[in-house]
Design a protein around this ligand. Structure first.
Ligand SMILES: NC(=O)c1ccc[n+]([C@@H]2O[C@H](COP(=O)([O-])OP(=O)(O)OC[C@H]3O[C@@H](n4cnc5c(N)ncnc54)[C@H](O)[C@@H]3O)[C@@H](O)[C@H]2O)c1
Ligand SMILES: [Zn+2]
Length: 351
């Protein structure tokens, strides 16, 4: 088991390769009530009862984005109220990133903030959503618009959850791991080099090493810049076009799949602007496609993607800028890209 410390508004540890159940039991000691907020499909796997003194309440939620709704948070608040949750009680969120986001937001908003523990069960949840203290639900006007910074008291990564994860969700989560490799840790790229998805899924030691390295990258960035100003922006590598692709696909693509396309686009843009070698651009394509992640998007979509990029710019209240690389592990910002640079980069990733 490895422990990685995060210093945010509170200091907490991310435990990698732990037994989630015994860790939750430890954190539930001396609490009267524990709320387990989990994905419906995991009802059997999340049972704690036999091992714990506290009164346990189970709140099953629908899978995926449906969990991050007003209806969910309203019923969670009502459940917590009916059960009499106080500031010394504990919320445990067990599931993919959608579940830990809403469980964290329930913890952030109930009584202005109670303790919570994240037990991420997807790769994306382990390396990204559960680490960093951002919690959220969706509004009718967009994803994650209602939320709070509220760090958990612990993040418990138990790799046994991954056994039931689909290849598609496993690979989508790995897109964020690859992102971490390109922005900050060449070891990730070396570990993945030449590995197919099936080889990786059969190789637990490498999977653990990758998750550890990616969590370390995120923990380091978040510890320097918890509330997301300049430094934390590097985590958005691949996300400017990636978000536009995600919206354009009407969320039929997984977040990580859209980010995979966005990563190749950002690499091509950096190459066009004279910052990055063709060799590193080619490495983006090789590593992402060997995990069956998409690296192209239809040529005809460009005219619809461009306004979505500007929308992102407006939402952020600043000029359109891209996190880019000059080498593996060295980031810079591109703020002077003109439309022809963007369309040339898009041309290179078009199918
Ligand atoms: N808070 C943050 O900083 C942050 C960062 C990144 C992403 N997110 C959020 O995380 C969500 C995406 O996370 P995600 O990719 O985990 O998606 P998700 O939570 O929608 O899960 C994807 C699918 O995998 C299933 N699943 C999860 N674990 C499983 C397991 N062990 N076995 C079988 N199936 C399993 C889920 O039921 C779901 O169908 C988005 O809502 C995104 O906004 C938040
Ligand atoms: Zn992401």
């Amino acid at each position: 088991m490895k422990s990685i410390n995060v210093k945010a508004e509170r200091s907490y540890d991310v435990l990698i390769d732990c037994d989630w159940r015994s860790q939750v039991i430890e954190r539930a000691a001396n609490r009267a009530r524990v709320a387990v907020i989990h994905s419906q499909s995991m009802t059997k796997a999340v049972q704690l009862e036999a091992d714990i003194d506290a009164e346990i309440f189970y709140f099953p939620l629908p899978d995926g984005e449906a969990a991050k709704s007003f209806e969910t948070i309203t019923s969670l608040w009502n459940w917590l109220g009916a059960a009499g949750f106080t500031r010394s009680d504990l919320i445990v969120g067990i599931g993919g990133g959608a579940i830990t986001d809403v469980a964290g937001y329930a913890a952030a908003s109930w009584l202005r903030g109670i303790d919570w523990v994240a037990v991420p069960t997807s790769v994306a949840g382990m390396v990204d959503a559960a680490v960093g203290g951002k919690t959220a639900i969706n509004s009718d006007y967009g994803k994650n618009l209602i939320g709070a910074f509220h760090s958990p008291v612990g993040v418990l990564i138990d790799l046994s959850w991954l056994r039931t994860l689909s290849d598609r969700d496993f690979a989508a989560g790995m897109a964020e791991v690859i992102k971490c490799g390109f922005i900050a840790d060449a070891k990730i790229i070396n570990l993945l080099s030449g590995k197919s998805l099936s080889q990786l899924r059969a190789d637990m030691p490498t999977t653990i090493a990758l998750i550890e390295a990616a969590v370390q990258v995120k923990a380091d960035v978040v510890s320097v810049d918890f509330r997301e100003s300049f430094t934390r922006e590097v985590l958005n590598y691949g996300h400017t076009l990636g978000h536009a692709v995600e919206i354009h696909s009407k969320y039929t693509m997984r977040h990580g799949e859209a980010i995979s396309i966005g990563l190749v686009f950002a690499a091509e843009l950096a190459q066009i602007k004279g910052h990055l070698s063709e060799q590193v651009v080619a490495m983006h394509r090789e590593i992402l496609s060997s995990l069956d992640l998409p690296v192209t998007y239809p040529r005809a979509a460009w005219s619809q993607l461009l306004p979505l990029l500007s929308l992102d710019k407006k939402a952020r209240g600043r000029s359109l800028r891209f996190v880019a690389l000059s080498a593996i592990g060295t980031t810079l910002r591109i703020e002077d890209a003109i439309e022809s640079d963007l369309s040339s980069a898009y041309e290179r990733i078009s199918s």
